[in-house]
Each structure stands twice: as structure tokens, then as C-alpha cells.
Design a binder for this molecule. Structure first.
Ligand code: FE2
Length: 210
């Protein structure tokens, strides 16, 4: 990525949303500290590493698209993706797995596949507000689909709880982008969820955090 990518500011962690995220993270870390880590199966480990990078991809793309378009959902949701990254990091720390994105700047990834997807979506999202919203929809669809696969491959309650939390967040993000899709009158064809799954999420009510 260009050198300017590293200079993009991180999501604003202040305000009520930031305080709310901090409380969530503190509760998660406290719960983890009270339980024995045990050893992860290889698949569980791979899924956590992948989700850590995937949440970073979402955060980094939304930061870029907010900078380009100034549309509020990109700013709010990039902050939420930071919370998702932090939650996965807490699980990695708990299980003694090194952070795959340690030391990487905005727009930089360890996984070549995620790097390629990031680069493509940033490029597409730069054209118009509509292509930016479509990139958001695709990211959230992918996130939901991958979280469901990952949740199907673990029985660990602490991991399942985090995946469920992240999936609920992603459903809300999908709803927010879907509202923009309608406002801008742009077409969208889901690729990672079925049409039925996509619309049942997109058209249902925003879910509250506990
Ligand atoms: Fe999301």
C-alpha cells in the first residue's frame, strides 16, 4: 500500500461508544483470566488468526473509506471493528498465540489472501459512495459467513461467546450499510450469504448490545 496508509489515524476510542467497548473488553479479559486456557486444536488456532486479520481488514478499509467519503457509518463501524480486533486478541493472548498483525500498519496484512482482498476492496471503494457501501456490505457478509464456519469448529465457550458477539456486531453493520444502499439506490447481489440470509438480516431490527 502507499506510504500514506500508515498515517491514517486510528478509530476514535473516546466518547460513549469507546467507553462501552472498554467495559466489554475488560469483562472479557477478566472472564478469560479466571479460566484455564487449555490447548487449542489447530483449526481453532487458525480460525482465531484468520479472524484477527479479517477484523483488521474491516477496520482498515473503513478508515480509508471514511477518509475518502466522510460517510459516518465508516467512522462508527471502524471503531467497532477495533473492538472486534481487541476481542480476538484477548483470546489469542489467553491461549498464548502470537498476534499475527503485531507491528503491521494500517492496510498491511500477514495473509496474502487478506492483503489482496483488502487492496481490491479499497480500490473499488474509492470510485463512488455506492462502490464504498458495496465494499462494506461484502466485508460484513464475509465476516458473518466466516464467523459461522469458525463457530462450527470449536466447542470452547469463551471462543463461541466472542464469535457470537462479533457476529451480532456484523449483522448490525450489514443493516447500517444496507440502509445506505437503499438511500443511494444502488443494486447489490450477496456473494457470501444466500439472498435469503442476506435479506433476513438486512431487513430485521438492529440488535442491542447487552
Ligand atoms: Fe463489521
Amino acid at each position: 500500500m502507499s506510504s500514506s496508509a500508515g498515517s491514517i489515524r486510528r478509530p476514535n476510542s473516546g466518547g460513549a461508544r469507546g467507553a462501552h467497548r472498554e467495559r466489554h473488553l475488560a469483562a472479557l479479559r477478566a472472564g478469560l483470566a479466571a479460566s484455564a486456557p487449555g490447548s487449542l486444536a489447530q483449526g481453532e488456532r487458525e480460525d482465531l488468526l484468520k479472524m484477527r486479520e479479517e477484523e483488521k481488514m474491516a477496520r482498515d478499509i473503513y478508515l480509508r473509506l471514511f477518509e475518502r467519503w466522510g460517510l459516518r457509518p465508516f467512522e462508527n463501524i471502524s471503531g467497532s471493528e477495533q473492538g472486534h480486533m481487541d476481542a480476538i486478541l484477548a483470546l489469542l493472548d489467553h491461549h498464548g498465540v502470537p498476534d499475527p498483525v503485531q507491528g503491521l500498519g494500517v492496510g498491511q496484512f500477514r495473509s496474502p489472501e487478506i492483503q489482496a482482498l483488502h487492496d481490491r476492496l479499497v480500490q473499488e471503494g474509492m470510485h463512488t459512495q455506492g462502490t464504498a457501501i458495496r465494499a462494506g456490505l461484502l466485508i460484513e457478509e464475509l465476516d458473518i459467513a466466516d464467523l459461522r464456519v469458525a463457530a462450527g469448529r470449536t466447542r470452547r465457550l469463551e471462543i463461541l461467546a466472542v464469535y457470537a458477539d462479533l457476529e451480532r456486531g456484523s449483522r448490525n453493520h450489514l443493516r447500517a450499510f444496507h440502509r445506505w444502499m437503499r438511500r443511494l439506490g444502488i443494486p447489490y447481489a450477496p456473494t457470501h450469504l444466500t439472498e435469503r440470509e442476506f435479506y433476513s438480516i438486512a431487513t430485521s431490527a438492529q440488535e442491542r448490545c447487552h
